[in-house]
Design a protein around this ligand. Structure first.
Ligand code: MN
Length: 286
């Protein structure tokens, strides 16, 4: 049997590619199973997949030690108990591999590699899933890895199948569900301690921050409550505005708020928090 694996902590592209390849192989008389060995799945990816008719949780299963043949999608290296017989990936490398089937090309998504040009092998819903995976993997065609020809493919396929491009575009941005304002406080909540400072941060993606001022004001009162309850010295809210790909960082200390604006999508982990850490350590030395 073929066991199909996406990368660890699978994203929408890994999940969709695994599902589509499993179905494709089964339809061609091959026994294949897409397995997600991860115990934990990102909730937002699961919800998005569910809304497009597939349930990644059905594929969660631990890998048995049977002598299976493995096919990797959306990655190309993995330790498995068995042989890797195939790879379909879009992370080209200069490294050479001797897998029996190896396809690793520059493409906007693995699902795009699977389906583009082979649409007649897939159902309408499956083609839509491949478009979704492509939109999510490229932040709705904005990521630098997006291929011009794939943009054309997405748009033409939407026309041909009468898919709603605008909905795919919104879904591809992976906006945070802000139906409840406490999400500003809780989404992606992380705790840090630098020198003797206790710090927490949240991170959200929204569309058009200018329309969210009231929510942010309300959320700020929740942040101050949370800081008091948890004796925090600082709280940092990282907001990505996917309307114009800007970021706003809100720094809360017990008695004031400071805003910083960036004209790009800054990374909390590699830009913002390291700055905060440096400031804490400098302060500590004084
Ligand atoms: Mn991918």
């Amino acid at each position: 049997m073929y066991v199909i694996l996406g990368h660890e902590n699978p994203d929408v592209d890994s999940i969709v590619s695994g599902v589509l390849l499993e179905r494709y192989l089964n339809r061609h008389g091959k026994e294949a199973k897409f397995i997600i060995p991860d115990l934990y799945l990102d909730k937002e990816s699961v919800d998005l997949c569910l809304s497009y008719g597939i349930d990644p949780r059905e594929h969660q299963e631990s890998l048995s030690s049977d002598n299976n043949q493995y096919i990797l999608v959306d990655h190309h290296e993995r330790d498995v108990l068995g042989d890797i017989v195939g790879v379909i990936d879009h992370h080209p490398t200069v490294q050479k591999y001797s897998y029996p089937y190896y396809r690793n090309e520059e493409a906007s998504s693995t699902a795009c590699l699977l389906v583009k040009g082979m649409e007649e092998e897939f159902t309408r819903d499956e083609v839509l899933l491949a478009l979704l995976a492509t939109m999510v993997d490229t932040i709705s065609l904005h990521s630098s890895k997006t291929k011009e020809e794939d943009i054309k493919w997405v748009k033409e396929t939407c026309q041909k199948y009468q898919f709603d491009f605008h909905k795919l575009y919104q879904d591809g941005l992976c906006l945070t569900d802000l139906s409840s304002p406490d999400v500003y406080l809780n989404h992606g909540l992380k705790n840090y301690s630098f020198a003797d400072q206790k710090i927490a941060s949240s991170s959200i993606s929204l569309y058009d921050i200018s329309k969210k001022e009231n929510d942010i004001t309300y959320a700020s009162s929740l942040v101050f409550d949370y800081m008091r309850e948890n004796s925090l010295d600082q709280f940092i809210m990282v907001i990505h505005d996917m309307k114009d790909f800007h970021s706003t960082i809100i720094y809360y200390s017990p008695n004031r708020i400071t805003f910083s604006n960036y004209d790009n999508i800054v990374s909390r982990g590699s830009d913002i928090i390291p700055q905060v850490e440096r400031r804490c350590l400098v302060k500590d030395r004084k």
